[in-house]
Design a protein around this ligand. Structure first.
Ligand SMILES: *Cc1c(COP(=O)(O)O)cnc(C)c1O
Length: 395
């Protein structure tokens, strides 16, 4: 047996800071008493900063898909038409949830690995004036792509169409200021960038989405957003709160916001540059050529190398847990996540494991100094402007 330290480099769940784990280990407090109200009050202030909104941010006891469901079932009534951007597994999930609510779904399908063009959203809305909402991912985790949500929001300005954004693998990893970008509903989950275990979701609505919500009979008993909002005014939730997850959230939000959100985004940008550059130096191609997300890097494997084998070997031999591809990408890509409580050293470990296992499985290794090349990009990204596409590296 090899005494490896296990490293979760998966796009959820992600590693937790010790401070958060200790907070989670506390005994229960009652969810309708003052000590709990204090925790939720503090969380709420910080969540509004994280979401970039003056509206309440509702905690929901469910995974991210639960919050997606709550959004669809609270904002639309059966028979209404929505436009779904489907560029991967999670776009497909919007479609399935909307269909389960009895909505008419118009899909804007985008080739996996690409981001949607804002003009295509605009065109679809021009052609379909009866569309009531646009459902899109901020970050499409199955392909590693970042959709241009800000530009979509700009194209939708002046229309009576709700912009509903699944920010589960993007919020707290890259900028997504809800009010500024004209987002009507933003959801996220606890187990990605927030450095918490799974089981808690967060959802915020714009003022006009709250108005829409008031006209919609909630589609199910459990997710009743107006009732949640009313309870949140007293710093409570409608049903029993996920008490220890919220105790953990208070600590993780303190940590995330200690140096401001910009510092968080800079770190994520730098880790992304580290990973992309090292992968290119290995002779591999990032699957998302442009518009790549900041919380994970999807990597196309050389022909003949089985991604399932690579993921298994990285875990078994090096304790590095990466994710494989889904559907058509199964076996063809691996996804190395850089989200949650990890830093450059964890990423170097993952990159080394990836490189060695590819070589051991008959692939090639590219430049020997791939880790140093990655670190050079990391250091440059810590200094330079963030969010700017670097030139493609060809060596
Ligand atoms: C992880 C994730 C979700 C939520 O998945 P759950 O398993 O329900 O938490 C939703 N959307 C995206 C983009 C994700 O990455």
């Amino acid at each position: 047996m090899i005494l490896n330290k296990n490293r979760l480099l998966t796009p959820g769940p992600t590693p937790l800071p010790e401070e958060v784990r200790l907070a989670l280990a506390q005994d229960m407090i009652h969810h309708r008493k003052a000590a709990f109200h204090d925790i939720l009050r503090e969380c709420e202030e910080k969540l509004q900063v994280l979401f970039g909104t003056s509206q309440p941010v509702l905690p929901l006891s469910c995974s991210g898909s639960g919050a997606m469901t709550a959004a669809v079932y609270s904002l639309f009534t059966p028979g209404e038409k929505v436009l779904v951007v489907n560029a991967g597994k999670f776009g497909e999930r919007w479609t399935k949830i909307a269909a389960s609510r009895g909505l008419e779904v118009l899909e804007l399908t985008v080739e996996w690995g690409l981001a949607v063009a804002p003009e295509d959203v605009e065109h679809a809305l021009d052609e379909n004036p009866d569309v009531r909402g646009v459902l899109v991912q901020l970050s499409e985790t199955s392909t590693g792509v970042l959709h241009p949500v800000r530009e979509i929001g700009a194209k939708m300005a002046g229309r009576d169409v709700l912009l509903v954004v699944d920010g589960v693998s993007g919020v707290s990893l890259c900028p997504c200021p809800m009010d500024e970008w004209g987002i009507d509903c933003l959801v996220t989950g606890s187990q990605k960038g927030l450095m918490l275990p799974p089981g808690l979701a967060l959802l915020a609505l714009s003022e006009r989405a709250w108005k829409r919500c008031a006209d919609v009979t909630p589609g199910c008993f459990y997710f009743n957003l107006p009732a949640e909002r009313k309870k949140l005014e007293k710093f409570e939730t409608n049903f029993t709160s996920p008490v220890n997850l919220l105790q953990g959230l208070k600590v993780s939000m303190d940590m995330l916001l200690a140096d401001g959100l910009d510092a968080v985004f800079r770190k994520q940008w730098a880790l992304t540059q580290l990973t992309r550059r090292a992968v290119q130096a290995m002779g591999l191609t990032p699957f998302a050529r442009t518009n790549y997300t900041w919380g994970l890097t999807s990597i196309l494997l050389p022909d003949g190398v089985d991604g399932g084998r690579i993921v298994a070997d990285c875990a078994e031999k090096y304790g590095a847990y990466l994710a494989g591809g889904q559907d058509a990408l199964k076996g063809r890509i691996v996804r190395l996540a850089h989200m949650g409580w990890l830093d450059w050293s964890d990423i170097l470990a993952g990159l080394y494991a990836l490189n060695r296992t590819i070589i051991d499985n008959g692939g090639f290794c590219g430049a020997h100094d791939f880790l140093e090349q990655g670190m050079a990009s990391y250091r440059a990204a810590l200094e330079g402007e963030i969010g700017v596409e670097p030139p493609l590296v060809h060596d």
